[in-house]
Every structure is written in structure tokens, then in C-alpha cells.
Design a protein around this ligand. Structure first.
Ligand SMILES: Cc1cc2nc3c(=O)[nH]c(=O)nc-3n(C[C@H](O)[C@H](O)[C@H](O)COP(=O)(O)OP(=O)(O)OC[C@H]3O[C@@H](n4cnc5c(N)ncnc54)[C@H](O)[C@@H]3O)c2cc1C
Length: 521
């Protein structure tokens, strides 16, 4: 990761990365992560007198992890200190966090991603800006159930998905009615409403003017709870430290954010940033899984040799190392495209590379997790191993914020409607032209394929091809030849490769060198 951080213009000192890595990698933080997941949040709907309270109670380990991450600025740093490399620096922090605990990353991501929307709105509504932004941007953690004015720091969530549809949010049924005082009342439900303890949520609801975006506070100014009833917490496969809920709105108070009828266009700015975090988070999970696998293989002896030295295991580890290096390079390059001072080229590129990277990296994460788990043998399959939790966690980023198919259709939409995005993609691929034959052939094929961006049944092929060619071009320009050549030979030359298991690298790959590089030797 350090190579990619530097390649994207940040330095380790920019983020005090080594100290943050030390904090996250300590036995104490791993113990907190374990405790927060073994003791998932509990919903208390009523108090002893039968009054509704709708409180989500967390284990102290959750609060301790949130305190660490908010103090480090994981939810706000690029907005408060928008240096030229602030997004890259923050991505590196997030990448490290993803190797240790993922549930806490949900509210951190949503809070981070809400800022561009809130800031934009604050230009026309000063009161909302003044009440919310300083608290959202505070490097502090304040879980007290109080109205926003009484808080030191605030967290923000997002509510779009309803029972009848998550991908197709235009099918939302929740209705909003305007009140004479300029506020709105929301009536309806949300079927997935993560982190309901957040101080506010950006939600979508229908109005006479179409779908609008609203800021829904958890508490009202007078200190009473807003009319948001939490019915259940989801019993999830993974992501267990985090609370994801089902809620009903019973004339809940909200403020409209953005233009009337432009709800999707408003919240999409938040979604763009949560998609970035899905990419960084999944790349980080891969690195976390691989680090455990490598450590085991280097120390475990079987049949008279260290596992890492058994030729077939060497191939498996080298193959995963390549996957992780490629995903890391792509994730941090994507983060650079989000910088406030991003170049015109990057502004065009980000439109197509966000969904392409989200699709491919999030798809590969579960495969890396399962293979890394197997490197540990039976020990990987038990709950004391961090691999069990990573394995359960790994699919989530592919499902939320645009499931695989939906995100691939978005890649196609970008290719069809935004010629500047495609031009930027090919311009970037051209920068590596002539250095690797497999990449040149892939780039040429992609040019032909992009002419045919109308057939939705080929959208996965397109997204995969873009993500792989772009990653290969990064490695060709920056990594040693043995890394770039192995990536191109395995991932680009052999089209069937990516459907097969890890450990099938072509003979020409320098497996030992790949593992040494991944070990930091
Ligand atoms: C742990 C977790 C936390 C979540 N937290 C939140 C949250 O805080 N807020 C929130 O709003 N949502 C949240 N979600 C919901 C998530 O965003 C949705 O589940 C997701 O967007 C998919 O919507 P859906 O479940 O309704 O599936 P559907 O929209 O029914 O889609 C089902 C499948 O069909 C595919 N599909 C859909 N349309 C097409 C098409 N045109 N062509 C081909 N395939 C298609 C999709 O890719 C998907 O694979 C969360 C989900 C999870 C798992």
C-alpha cells in the first residue's frame, strides 16, 4: 500500500500512517474488533413502562473503535484539510482500518459521504449548514441521544432501500408532506436503514414534485425522539458489529435537501463517495486476509518444508499477492480522482472508473477471503481466526450501494452517455502503450467493445475488462516488470483466468519474487 500511497502523491507522514497502522494492528484493537462482533448491538424498543424508546445498545468495544477512528478523522479529514492529496491520505487510513474491523466503517463512510451533499445544501440554507456541518466535521465521537444543537459531534446515515426495491429507488413509496413552517413530514418505511443511532439520515421520499432528498434528524429540537420507529435489527451474515435496521416513519420531521424532484441527483453525490469506500474497504479486506495467510504459510511446516515454500502453495500465494497489489493500486488511484483539486482528466475518468472498480474489487474480495482462509487450513475456519469474520464480511460491499449487475449497467451508462469518460479511460491506457503486448491487445479489444455499449447482457464483461485493463496499466507504469507482466499474462492474456481459482498462474511468473514483494522484503 505504501507504494500506491506515494504513487498517488501522498506521503506516509501526511497521515501519520505508521502510527495509525500501529494503533490498528495492536492486540488491543484486534481484541476490540473481536468483542464488537461477538457482542452485536441490541435493539430496545420499549422501556419498563411500555413507552417506546427505540434505542440501539452497543458493546463498549464498538464505542472505543468509533472513538479511535473519529479522532483520526476517518470520517472527515479530506473535507477539513483539503490538501491536494487528502482523499488519498484518508483512503490509506480507511484501507488499514478495513483490515481490522469493518462494521464501524459503515457509519464512518456514510458520514464522510454526506458532507458534499450537506455542504452544497448549506450554500442556500445557512441554518442547516451551521447546525450540522461543524458537528459532522468534528474529530470527536459523541453517541449521546440528544438533539443536534446539544451534540459535540454527529454521525449521518442514509435511507433509500424499501421492501419493494433497493436498486430501483424510483419505486420508493415513502411520502413527504410539506408543513406550513417549511419542514416536511415523512410517512412510510425503509427496509435497510443502517446505523439508526446516527444523528441524522439522508433519505428519499416521494412528493408531488417527484422523489426528493431529506435530512431526517434522530431527535427534535425540544429533545423528543423524531417519529422514527425501529422495528427490528437485521440478523446479518457478517457486518455484525454494525446495526442495520428496519424502520417506519410516522410523520417524522425532515428538511428537504436539494432541488424539488431531484432526490436521486442530490443523494447520488453521497452514493459516489460510499462507492469509493466500498472499493477501498474491499481492497483493505483482501490485504488483511492475505496478510494472515502469508504469515501462516511462512511459519507453518508441512511435509518437511515451510508451506510458503511448497511449489503449489507458492503459486497460490503469488496469485493472491498479485490480486491484492492490483486492487490496492486501483483503489488508491480512484481515491485520487476524488480530490477536490482533481485534474479535468480525473474528473472525467471517475465517472466510469468508480462503478468499474466497485464491481470488480468487491467481487474479488470474497474469493480472496475464501482462498486465504484455506491457506490456514482448519484453523482458518474457526471463529478464533480473523479469517472467519473477514469471509462473512467480504460479500457486503458488492451488494450495497449498487449490487453487481446494477453497478455494471452504470458502467455501460457512463460509456454510452459520457464520451469524455471513455476518452479519459483510453488516454490513460495509452500512457502504458507499447510496454506490454497483453495490455495493448486488451486496450484495443476494449475500444471495439465500447462501441457496443447497448447490450446490457454484456455489462459484466465490460466492467471487468475496464477494471483489469486499467489496473494493468497502473502496474505497467509503476510496478516492477515481474509484477506487471505476471498480472497481464494471468489476468489479460487468458480470458478464462478470472473464473478459475487462485493458484493457476502461467509458468513464466516469478512466484517467489511476488511473495517477497508482498512481504515487504
Ligand atoms: C448490510 C447491509 C446494509 C445496508 N444498509 C443500507 C442503508 O443503510 N441504507 C440503504 O438505503 N440501503 C442499505 N442496504 C440495502 C442495499 O443497498 C440494497 O440491498 C441493494 O441496493 C439492493 O437492493 P435490493 O436488496 O432491493 O435488491 P434488488 O434491487 O431487488 O436487486 C436484487 C438483484 O437484482 C439485480 N438487479 C436489479 N436490477 C437489475 C437489472 N435491471 N438487471 C439485472 N439485474 C438487476 C441486483 O444487482 C441484485 O443483484 C444495505 C444492505 C446490506 C446487505
Amino acid at each position: 500500500m505504501q507504494t500506491s500511497v506515494r504513487a498517488e502523491g501522498a506521503t506516509l507522514a501526511d497521515i501519520d500512517l505508521e502510527r495509525w497502522g500501529g494503533t490498528l494492528g495492536s492486540a488491543e484493537t484486534f481484541a476490540l474488533a473481536d468483542a464488537a462482533n461477538r457482542n452485536p448491538p441490541q435493539l430496545r424498543t420499549h422501556d419498563a413502562r411500555g413507552e417506546r424508546v427505540d434505542v440501539v445498545e452497543f458493546h463498549p468495544a464498538w464505542d472505543a473503535l468509533m472513538r479511535l477512528a473519529t479522532a483520526a478523522g476517518e470520517h472527515c479529514a479530506p473535507w477539513t484539510e483539503p490538501t491536494g492529496n487528502a482523499q488519498v491520505a484518508r483512503a490509506a487510513m480507511y484501507f488499514l482500518h478495513a483490515q481490522v474491523e469493518n462494521g464501524t466503517q459503515c457509519p464512518l463512510t456514510m458520514t464522510y459521504a454526506s458532507v458534499p451533499v450537506l455542504r452544497d445544501h448549506a450554500r442556500s440554507n445557512q441554518a442547516i449548514g451551521e447546525a450540522w456541518l461543524p458537528r459532522v466535521l468534528a474529530r470527536d465521537y459523541d453517541p449521546r441521544p440528544l438533539p443536534i444543537a446539544a451534540k459535540r459531534a454527529a454521525l449521518i446515515g442514509m435511507g433509500m432501500t424499501e421492501r419493494q426495491g433497493g436498486s430501483d429507488v424510483r419505486s420508493n413509496l415513502t411520502r413527504a408532506q410539506s408543513s406550513s413552517d417549511g419542514t416536511w413530514r415523512l410517512r412510510g418505511h425503509k427496509w435497510f436503514f443502517s446505523a439508526p443511532q446516527c444523528d441524522g439520515h439522508l433519505v428519499l421520499a416521494q412528493t408531488d414534485e417527484g422523489l426528493c432528498c431529506f435530512l431526517l434528524p434522530r431527535f427534535l429540537e425540544d429533545g423528543t425522539r423524531n417519529a422514527v420507529q425501529i422495528n427490528r435489527l437485521k440478523d446479518k451474515l457478517g457486518n455484525r458489529s454494525n446495526a442495520s435496521s428496519e424502520v417506519e416513519f410516522h410523520d417524522a420531521l425532515a428538511w428537504r435537501i436539494g432541488e424539488p424532484g431531484r432526490g436521486i441527483a442530490t443523494i447520488i453525490e453521497m452514493v459516489r463517495h460510499t462507492r469509493l469506500d466500498c472499493v477501498i474497504g474491499s481492497a483493505g479486506m483482501m490485504r488483511g486476509a492475505f496478510a494472515h495467510a502469508l504469515h501462516h504459510a511462512v511459519h507453518r511446516v508441512a511435509f518437511g518444508r515451510r508451506l510458503a515454500e511448497q511449489p503449489l502453495m507458492t503459486t497460490v500465494l503469488a496469485d493472491i499477492a498479485l490480486e491484492v497489489e492490483g486492487a490496492t493500486a486501483l483503489a488508491l488511484r480512484l481515491a485520487r480522482m476524488f480530490e477536490t483539486q482533481a485534474s479535468e482528466h480525473d474528473r472525467a475518468l471517475v465517472r466510469i472508473m468508480t462503478p468499474a472498480a466497485k464491481y470488480w474489487i468487491c467481487k474479488r474480495a470474497p474469493m480472496v477471503a475464501v482462498e486465504a482462509m484455506e491457506v490456514l487450513g482448519g484453523n482458518g475456519y474457526v471463529e478464533e481466526s480473523p479469517l472467519a469474520r473477514l469471509y462473512r464480511e467480504a460479500p457486503v460491499n458488492s451488494i450495497w450501494e449498487g449490487s453487481g449487475n446494477v453497478i455494471c449497467l452504470d458502467v455501460m451508462r457512463a460509456a454510452r452517455r459520457e464520451p469524455r469518460a471513455l476518452d479519459a479511460l483510453f488516454a490513460e491506457l495509452d500512457e502504458a502503450r507499447g510496454a506490454n503486448r497483453d495490455l495493448d491487445l486488451s486496450a484495443a479489444a476494449l475500444r471495439k467493445q465500447s462501441m457496443n455499449a447497448d447490450d446490457p447482457s454484456t455489462a459484466r464483461q465490460a466492467a471487468q475488462a475496464i477494471a483489469l485493463a486499467f489496473t494493468a496499466s497502473l502496474l505497467v507504469r509503476r510496478a516492477p516488470a515481474f509484477v506487471a507482466d505476471a498480472f497481464c499474462a494471468s489476468r489479460l492474456r487468458n480470458a478464462a483466468y478470472t473464473g478459475s481459482a487462485f493458484g493457476t498462474l502461467p509458468d513464466e511468473c516469478e512466484n517467489v519474487a511476488l511473495i517477497r514483494r508482498a512481504s515487504g522484503e
